[in-house]
Design a protein around this ligand. Structure first.
Ligand code: AMP
Ligand code: MN
Ligand code: MN
Ligand code: MN
Length: 288
């Protein structure tokens, strides 16, 4: 099944609206879709309506920023009740502090001669409460400091670089709890992206399971084929269901198009099998 359960809209750091994403997903052959904006579910109603309008099955989604062992880990939530109050409050708290962090990032960039980055990044943020490193990256490309956003991250926005500011996000326990108590499934996003030692990664998976986490992204736009093989073994070892998602942000920046991913390995349990009763089915034409 062509499921794409990870992508971003203008509600966080993507460049397309939820409606544009739904149409694009449909055109790409996606059958089951989830919009997973960072720390924000403000696009869920629009995404679900757009999915229904263009004949896509839909799962609610979010990607929560978590601090774990001094790194940022992303936990995707799928199939939750988007009207759940504790989830909304938790996300609001997680978003808090992004503006202050952005001002500190801007100050760091000013020290190396790049001025006006806060205002420049804000211009790109469709949601002013969700100013992210991606918006800074777009500004630094626009001003010709770097040739693409990948170069910006490498030179300016990652640990040890002038625009990087350490930030305290939600705890792993909180993120898993908010998602799970809202009736959804928590999924470790793009595990190969983190720079954990083997022991630290073991701690991540063990604690995640202990808190009630049930899934891991095995096939994602952030993984090579070898990394997908590696995390297939991890999913089996920890008894986790497997998810699949492009992590699409923008037609100009993303390396993986919506839905353009390998199938999940057959020995894994897809997350959508466990979430069958949470899928918002697209209306089908009535039989005559
Ligand atoms: P933030 O939540 O503000 O820390 O921004 C994180 C976002 O920046 C991620 O969701 C990606 O969209 C993007 N990102 C993070 N690291 C990189 C990287 N090395 N190269 C390109 N984009 C990145
Ligand atoms: Mn992003
Ligand atoms: Mn992520
Ligand atoms: Mn993402």
């Amino acid at each position: 099944m062509n499921a794409d359960l990870h992508c971003h809209s203008v509600v966080s750091d993507g460049t397309l609206t939820p409606e544009e994403l739904a149409r694009r997903a449909k055109a790409q052959g996606v059958a089951l879709w989830a919009l997973t904006d960072h720390d924000e579910i403000g696009g869920q109603a629009r995404a679900a309506a757009a999915a229904a309008a263009c004949g896509l099955d839909y799962l609610t989604g979010v990607e929560i920023s978590v601090s774990f062992l001094h790194q940022t880990v992303h936990i995707v939530g799928l199939g939750f009740d988007a009207n759940d109050a504790p989830l909304a409050e938790g996300l609001e708290r997680t978003r808090g502090g992004r503006s202050q962090r952005a001002r500190e990032m801007s100050a760091g960039l000013a020290r190396v001669g790049i001025h006006g980055a806060f205002e420049g990044a804000l211009k790109y943020a469709g949601n002013p409460n969700l100013i992210s490193r991606t918006h800074f990256a777009r500004f630094l490309v626009e001003t010709g400091v770097c040739k693409d956003t990948y170069e910006v991250f490498r030179k300016y926005l990652t640990e040890g670089k002038p625009g990087f500011v350490e930030h305290r996000w939600a705890s792993l326990k909180e993120a898993v709890r908010w998602i799970t108590q809202a009736g959804g499934m928590a999924v470790i996003a793009h595990p190969a992206r983190y720079k954990f030692s083997a022991n630290e990664e073991l701690a991540l998976f063990t604690e995640f399971k202990g808190h009630g986490g049930l899934g891991v992204e095995v096939v994602t736009g952030s993984h090579s084929a070898a990394e997908s093989v590696n995390y297939t073994a991890t999913a089996l070892e920890f008894g986790l269901a497997a998810s699949r998602g492009s992590d699409f942000h923008s037609p100009d920046e993303s390396r993986t198009a919506l839905g353009a991913l390998p199938e999940l390995p057959a020995q894994l349990t897809p997350v959508w099998q466990l979430l069958a009763d949470r899928i918002q089915r697209a209306p089908t034409a009535a039989l005559i």
